[in-house]
Design a protein around this ligand. Structure first.
Ligand code: NAI
Length: 707
């Protein structure tokens, strides 16, 4: 676990977990570490301490499985205090401590390093240094908030702590988090050389590590301003859903003015508060374990042969989505033929990549240096013959079944029998579209999200005849693009659009019932969604919602069930208020000012005198999504609750602090959710009826997740 050897008076501590690919901090490794610290501090033959790792990274941080299971704040506070005591013992034992950091030092790994007196990192371009705990609902509880604050000052520490930014070696050097950065492989020698130099022993006594607050003391005007801004920003950003952010800020405010030991005691208290919060569990579960599972889908390695990667990609349709997909593929190093009805339209699609790259260059983004090579990989075209040789084609033409059937046939006439044909349709069932294909087993849905360059999720949809090999190749392509896939079975609206639309439609239904528009929008923000349902409808456009509804009505015939929200969307279209793209929807969008709610809205949808409590509206907007997500699971559209949570958070901005719709049910408890559904069903109709799956879980006392 942790090896210790002593040579020439220097103790060499090597973190080396025997059964894990990374070093993690948990009860087991803490016990081993504390024992080693005691030994090096008390052994009079040891005059200096070198610490390194036998793994490619130094220490990956706290063991998240261990933290996920934490339920007792008193116990966690004690764990944090024990850790602080051991770190302080090493820090003040009077012997110089140098850390050689192979690869990255993040979270607990960096906290170990910050307690040393000298830190050597490497120039490995993949190496990162930082305290990303906040991004997983956590708080650095191993001294990170206090040492970071005292080493870089409050103004620089706040974004590093609250946003969890991961720094490259050069930035870490600038901040003083590293003392040196050497070629990979040289770090142990460099740290040892420092320990053996006069400098290591000539500096001020090691029992008085001289912490500073560069950039002024805690009460200087600059720091006070930074704290005020941070407080206002994070209250707005997290809508009170992410308690770790306020807890981190509290560590800075309360711990900063004190001596380091008092500061560490403050940190231990807030760490214990944070780590048992439902938001912390939800974020670790979805953003770490969920994404880890989604990025390693079993289907990718299902066949006996390794899955071939895409070599040459065709994109049909150079509109908003096609242009974005072409950019993402070219960025991943793939040659792309971007095809549209005319060469001009195809060129316009390529120009989108030029614009994106120009913006990145203006921001000084490193990646944009490859701009010319990236652009050279995109070949605009209006000739289907240019698709010859593509092993994967993504179709992103207009959402029109007949057109999609035509381009499918045209493509198949020119590509080989093993070319994967992926449609980016957002609403049309895959199995139906595959009827136009001579090779339905090669036909699959790859549902990208807009804007493609920013959105991390791809929903991969299996048609009834899609083969396992096609799925594996589609997943390999998604991985090449650096995106996260969730695999779902075919359904109207698949998983993401189907559940997301319930949020929008419920907002419209509330409006029709006479709930004040501002209350609806505010409730949406309190759910934690990036925008309220009315503003979102304007973005999507009422026209599109009404069109999809019309198509559904035709397709389903007698099985069609209208949602009251659809009536509102239809009315908005009749009144010519289709949404943002026309400058008029629930809001007016003046060219020179911020959007404002449409003044005429009150005349169309009279606001009732008795308004519901905002929390009731929040719950309705949440429950609508949770119920539809469970239906997707019971119908087999989703393979797992965790897939559903990852898809919700990455796909439509469901708040990570709630984990996702299943995470929300888990936090509230299945029993309570079923009872609320029954009440809502009595008040607002059958769309709120609790799904059978939930009722069964209630009867059996089951939960979606163990923690
Ligand atoms: P768009 O209208 O921006 O682009 C469609 C493009 O297809 C146009 O450039 C058009 O000239 C081209 N096209 C038409 N006929 C063609 C043909 N015979 N051969 C080649 N190209 C042809 O549409 P958008 O928004 O890019 O959507 C494309 C597809 O992606 C649709 O199926 C849509 O449902 C889906 N989608 C859209 C999302 C969005 O946010 N807009 C999100 C996810 C999927």
């Amino acid at each position: 676990m942790i090896d210790l050897s002593i040579r020439g008076g220097i103790a060499h501590i090597v973190w080396n977990h025997p059964s894990k690919s990374q070093n993690l901090i948990n009860d087991e490794s803490c016990a081993a570490y504390f024992e080693v610290i005691e030994r090096v501090c008390t052994d009079p033959t040891i005059s200096g301490v070198l610490m390194s790792s036998a793994k490619s990274d130094f220490i990956a941080g706290g063991d998240l499985q261990w933290l996920l299971q934490a339920t007792d704040p008193a116990l966690m506070q004690q764990r944090s205090k024990d850790w602080h005591r051991a770190q302080r013992r090493l820090e003040t034992c009077g012997k110089p401590v140098a850390v050689a950091i192979s690869g990255s030092a993040l979270g607990g790994g960096l906290e170990v390093a910050l307690a040393a007196h000298y830190r050597v990192g490497t120039t490995d371009p993949k190496a990162r240094f930082g305290l990303p705990e906040a991004t997983l609902g956590l708080l650095p509880g191993g001294g990170g908030t206090q040492r970071m604050l005292r080493m870089v000052g409050a103004v620089a520490a706040l974004p590093l702590l609250l946003e969890g930014k991961k720094l490259r070696a050069a930035e870490a050097l600038q901040h003083g988090l590293l003392n040196a950065a050497v070629e990979p492989g040289q770090e142990v020698d460099a740290a040892l050389a420092w320990l053996q130099s006069d400098k290591a022993h000539a500096q001020q006594p090691w029992d008085r590590k001289d912490f500073k607050l560069p950039g002024g003391s805690m009460s200087s005007p600059g720091v006070v301003q930074a704290l005020t801004v941070a407080n206002a920003m994070l209250r707005k950003r997290a809508q009170g859903l992410q308690p770790q952010l306020l807890d981190i800020l509290s560590c800075v405010v309360h711990g900063g003015p004190c001596d380091i030991d008092t500061g560490l005691a403050v940190e231990a208290r807030f760490f214990a508060h944070t780590v048992v919060q439902p938001a912390c569990k939800a974020m670790i579960r979805t953003l770490f374990f969920g994404m880890q599972a989604a990025n390693k889908p079993a289907a990718l390695s299902a066949g006996p042969q390794p899955t071939p990667k895409a070599q040459r990609v065709g994109v049909l349709g150079a509109g908003m989505m096609g242009a974005g997909i072409a950019y993402a593929a070219a960025k991943a190093g793939l040659p792309v033929v971007l095809l549209d009805a005319t060469l001009e339209q195809a060129q316009r699609g390529k120009a989108y990549s030029e614009q994106l790259l120009a913006k990145q260059l203006a921001r000084g983004d490193d990646a944009a240096r490859q701009a010319q090579a990236l652009l050279a990989r995109i070949q605009p075209s209006a000739e289907y013959t240019d698709l010859t040789g593509s092993d994967l084609v993504v179709e992103a033409v207009f959402e029109d079944r007949a057109l999609k059937a035509r381009v499918t046939a045209q493509t198949e006439a020119l590509t080989t029998a093993d070319t994967v044909f992926a449609t980016n349709t957002s609403t049309l069932p895959i199995t139906g579209l595959a009827e136009a294909s001579k090779r339905p087993e090669q036909f699959i849905g790859l549902h990208f999200f807009s804007p493609v360059d920013k959105m991390p999720l791809v929903e991969v949809i299996m048609g009834q005849q899609t083969s396992a090999a096609t799925l594996a190749r589609a997943l390999a392509f998604v991985r090449q693009l650096g995106k996260t896939p969730i695999v779902v079975n075919d359904s109207r609206g698949f998983y993401t659009s189907r559940v997301f639309s319930t949020y929008v439609l419920e907002g419209l239904a509330l409006l029709a019932e006479g709930v004040a528009p501002a209350l609806i929008e505010n409730a949406g923000l309190q759910v934690g969604m990036p925008v309220g349902p009315l503003a979102l409808t304007d973005e999507v456009s009422s026209e599109l919602i009404a069109r999809i509804d019309r198509q559904t009505q035709i397709d389903l015939g007698a099985d069609y069930r209208a949602h009251p929200g659809h009536i509102v969307a239809r009315q908005m279209v009749e009144w010519g208020r289709i949404g943002r793209k026309s400058g008029k929807g629930f809001y007016d969008y003046p060219a020179d000012a911020a959007k404002q709610l449409w003044a005429g809205l009150g005349e169309r949808y009279a606001v009732r005198p008795d308004q519901p409590d905002v929390q009731d509206v929040v719950e309705r907007l949440l429950m609508a999504q949770c119920i539809e997500a469970v239906r997707c699971l019971e119908e087999g559209v989703l393979h797992s609750a965790l897939d559903g949570d990852v898809g919700a958070v990455l796909g439509w901005g469901f708040p990570a602090a709630r984990g996702g719709p299943f995470g929300e049910i888990h936090s509230q408890g299945v029993n309570r959710v079923v009872q609320r559904c029954e009440q809502l069903c009595r008040q607002h109709g059958a769309r709120f009826a609790p799904p059978q799956r939930l009722v069964q879980m209630q009867q059996r006392g089951e939960a979606f997740y163990p923690h």
